[in-house]
Design a protein around this ligand. Sequence first.
Ligand code: GTP
Ligand code: MG
Length: 205
Amino acid sequence: MDFRSSDTVVGPRSADLLPASATTAVKVVIVGGFGVGKTTLVGSVSEIRPLTTEETMTQAGAGVDDIAGVERKTSTTVAMDFGRISLSDELVLYVFGTPGQERFWFLWNGLFEGALGAVVLVDTRRLEVSFDVIGRLEDRGVPFVVALNTFPESPAYPTEELRTALDLPPEVPIVACDARTRESGRDVLMTLMRYLYRLSAPPAG
Ligand SMILES: Nc1nc2c(ncn2[C@@H]2O[C@H](COP(=O)(O)OP(=O)(O)OP(=O)(O)O)[C@@H](O)[C@H]2O)c(=O)[nH]1
Ligand SMILES: [Mg+2]
């Protein structure tokens, strides 16, 4: 899809999608278990009004939606989140958030098409919801960084303890963040871009 062609863009004007100075546009995906803050992160970093596909959680989801630990949550992503952020004058990131609930995970295929990397958002109070997500990324061979979203009662584990618990290789960056603030979300995306750059750079020596 050519974001510059106004004919093909439905919704925001094409100028909203790609600033004139941008020379590189990169697609990244935010993944994570149910209710870890993916939609919040996309919304806080985006410079354009984020596109979200949130639906109210209803009684129909009772017994299907696992709300343990996130009892106050009233809505959930059913297709995707979309936002845009300029990390520099030239570099623009298109940020796609995935649905957290397993019954919507079949949508991952489309959301990962053309993506260079991913952020795994983790709620350290509910580490177990991250295991499958990380496994699926590894199966796909998509490079990722891990961002620990800080909630008020989040236990503060030492990073290396979390690395072991999540069975992450030593090179995968782990950073703390607050998905509600733009600066913090931006730092996470910068960490991902630096990591992707390191992976693509030829080894020194
Ligand atoms: N305290 C705190 N609350 C947060 C943070 N991030 C998100 N929340 C809250 O946690 C709830 C879940 O956030 P969402 O952004 O909807 O989570 P999600 O991962 O998109 O959820 P699904 O799409 O249903 O998987 C919301 O009520 C947010 O306001 C955070 O960093 N700190
Ligand atoms: Mg969501």
